[in-house]
Every structure is written in C-alpha cells, then in structure tokens.
Design a protein around this ligand. Structure first.
Ligand SMILES: NC(=O)c1ccc[n+]([C@@H]2O[C@H](COP(=O)([O-])OP(=O)(O)OC[C@H]3O[C@@H](n4cnc5c(N)ncnc54)[C@H](O)[C@@H]3O)[C@@H](O)[C@H]2O)c1
Ligand SMILES: [Zn+2]
Length: 371
C-alpha cells in the first residue's frame, strides 16, 4: 500500500503533549501508530454497534496486526447511555480482561463514545492511557481534542467528569462518508465557530469551498479538520483547564444561547451543533446591536451558517424571550447572575463580554432577535 499522507498537529502541554494525526483512509494504520506510545500488549477498543459495524473490523485487524491483544467493549448508541451505569459496565469489562496500569483504551466513535471512554480511562486504576479515534465531524474537530471527559447525570449534562488528555488522536476523515448529513452539518457549526472566533482565512475558505466541503472532498476535509484542531489545540495549550485566564471561554461563542435552547427543548429538538448554529446567529445579532460587531458581518455569518444546511433562528412561538433569559442565567458558566458571552468583533476576532442584569427591560430589548 502506498504511504498515506498524514497531517500532524501537536497539542503542546509539556509532559502531557500529544499528537493529532489526520488523513484520508488512515484507520488501518492505527495499530502501527500506537506501537511507539509504549502501552502494554493488552488494550481495549470501545465503540458502539453502529460505528463498530462500519469500522470495527478495520480497526481490530489493524490493532491485532500490530501485536495487540484487544478486548472489544460495546456500549449502546446514544447520548442517554453516556452515564455512570455504562462507565461501570466498562470498568467491569476492563477488570475481567485484567487490563493493567500500562494499558490503554481506544475510543472508536463520536463524542459520546469518546467522552465516556476518556472518563473510564481517567478513573480506571487511577488513570490509564487513552487514544481517540473520532468518527463524527464534531468529535474530529472538537470533542476528541482538549482532554475534557465526562458522563451525564440525571440532574445535568456532562456534570461528572475529568480533565484527562489522550495520548494520541487519530482522525480518518474518510469515516465521514457514512455519517448522516444532519450530523455532518452539526459538526460544521463548530468549524464555522472557529472561523468566526479566530481565523478569518478559515471563514473565507468555508464560504469559497462550500461545494467541495459538502461533497466530502478529501483535501478540503483534511484542511478544515486540521485547521480546527490547530485552533482548538492553541487555545487548550494556553488554558488547559478553563482556568483564570478565561481564554478557553472564547470557544463558547454560540453556546450560551445554544445551551439554553438545548435545555428548554429538553435535548430533543436540536442536535448540539444545530443549537449552536442558532446561538451563533443570535449572539452575532446581539453583538451587532451592542456595537461590538462591525455592521453587516452578522448577515455574513448567518448566510454561511445557513449555506451548510443549519438553522439560523428559533421558530416563532417556540420559546419566549423571558424563558430564554432565565435558562441562560441557569447556565453552569454563569457566575453571580452575570452572563459571560464570547461575542464576535469581526470575522476572526472575539471578546468576552459580561452582560449583567439580563432581566432588565433595557437588556431584554437586546434579545428581540428573530424568534
Ligand atoms: N469532550 C468535549 O470537549 C466535548 C465537546 C463537544 C461535545 N462533546 C460531547 O460529544 C457528544 C456528541 O458527540 P457527537 O455529535 O459525535 O454524537 P454521537 O457520538 O452521538 O454520534 C452521533 C451519531 O453518529 C453515529 N456515528 C458516529 N460516527 C459515524 C460514522 N462515521 N458513520 C455513521 N454513523 C456514525 C453515532 O453512532 C451516533 O448515532 C455529546 O455527548 C457532547 O457532550 C464533548
Ligand atoms: Zn459545542
């Protein structure tokens, strides 16, 4: 087989640094790539039936071909299984297979598999290795990078979790060919977010190369995933744990409104990326009204979002302004009634604004967005 082109990005975190490797059709190279990391021969591959049916054989034979003895662990497909019960199931399988401290877990799937696998890896025997092989666009450009792991609790999403950096992220963009189009679009919302907050050239690329990207052209997918990972890696390197610097908060553009929308619609109406798409439109509108975003740019952001098949507003009558404000104030990132929002100043630059007293008539007027 000819050598496949692999783009490599380093997440610079001192001793916890790791590579992200991106290519088209590279899944079969995962086993060999794992060898230099020095893990035990015994490892576990964690996936769900949907993804495993598509890519399980390729990954398993790649790992076994490189000499690993692999326990395959399957959890059901769905956000509702990202919980402590299924983490406990994973621990049980790891104990039965006698995985030890020097072992590692390989996560093959979207953000759900990635998050619970990272969480299990960070807690099993006080922490073992973890390698991410993300297969959704959202996981490739966002959740597999940065070290946030976690599971949901009945009382809140992602409320139980750790920071645990993976040892490697192995991204095969060819897996996106089987992804449902709505899931692809949802991942594009996060890519567009990176363009707005940090990279005008990426934003313009997304405008210009839309047909190629939507047509899953390998070079275009390589470009948008690698650029997104680079941008996330830069932010994570400077603010690994959402610390005092607050830098990581810029990744929250579109998410203050997006999260409120997801909560109010009980996580049933919108995919995360769809809610973020609407959130980015509403927050851009707010930024323009407040004179933070240069005039005209709000429309440009909205057009790009819409051109990738994403929603740009809340259907009339679905949620009142008051409900929305209340939900935003309940967000876990709100401190002392002050909503901190990442608002765009121009394409490629964002700043954190604290909006206090959101309930007042004056502030409410700012929320007379298109919904
Ligand atoms: N850790 C982080 O920093 C972080 C960041 C963002 C989101 N998340 C988490 O990520 C999760 C969402 O991830 P997601 O959007 O990837 O959803 P997901 O993992 O549920 O995957 C979406 C669907 O696509 C299927 N699928 C995955 N890859 C496929 C492929 N190549 N072909 C066909 N089908 C495929 C899955 O089985 C699933 O049905 C949420 O739990 C969220 O909290 C975590
Ligand atoms: Zn997001």
């Amino acid at each position: 087989m000819p050598e496949q082109k692999i783009i490599e990005i380093e997440v610079a975190l001192g001793k916890r640094s790791y590579p992200i490797r991106i290519g088209d059709g590279i899944l079969s190279g995962l086993g060999k790539a794992l060898l230099p990391l020095g893990f035990d021969r015994k490892i576990a591959l964690i996936s769900n039936p949907t993804v495993y049916a598509l890519y399980g054989d390729t990954v398993l034979s790649s790992l076994e071909g490189a000499g690993f003895s692999v326990s395959v662990i399957s959890i059901p497909d769905g956000e509702e299984y990202k919980n402590l019960l299924w983490a406990e199931f994973i621990y049980g399988e790891l104990l039965k297979a006698r995985l030890e401290r020097g072992s590692c877990l390989v996560a093959l799937g979207g953000g759900v598999v990635g998050d619970i696998t990272g969480y299990a890896a960070s807690t099993y025997m006080r922490g073992i290795g973890c390698v991410q092989a993300p297969t959704t666009l959202l996981a490739q450009v966002d959740s597999s990078v940065g070290g946030k792991t976690g599971v949901n609790h009945a009382l809140g999403k992602n409320m139980i979790g750790t920071f645990w950096q993976p040892s490697m992220v192995w991204i095969d963009t060819a897996t996106l060919k089987t992804l449902p189009p709505a899931e692809f679009a949802a991942g594009m919302a996060e890519v567009i977010k990176y363009g707005v907050i940090k990279d005008k050239a990426l934003f313009e690329y997304l405008e210009r190369e839309r047909d190629r990207i939507k047509g899953l052209d390998p070079a275009s997918l390589g470009h948008i995933t690698s650029r997104s990972c680079e941008l996330k890696a830069e932010v994570v390197s400077l603010d690994e744990r959402e610390g005092e610097s607050g830098l990581r908060a810029i990744l929250n553009y579109g998410h203050t409104v997006g999260h409120a929308l997801e909560t109010l619609t009980k996580y049933e109406k919108y995919l995360h990326g769809e809610a973020v798409a609407i959130g980015m439109c509403i927050e851009a509108q707010l930024a323009e009204k407040k004179g933070i975003l240069k005039p005209g740019l709000q429309g440009r952001i909205k057009s790009l979002i819409s051109s990738y098949g994403l929603p740009t507003g809340i259907p009339a009558g679905l949620i009142s302004k008051e409900e929305m404000l209340k939900a935003m104030l309940l967000d876990k990132k709100v401190k002392g009634g002050r909503v901190r929002m990442a608002l765009p100043e121009e394409i490629g630059a964002v700043r954190i604004e604290t909006l206090s007293d959101l309930g007042s008539a004056d502030q409410s007027a700012d929320w007379s967005a298109d919904y």
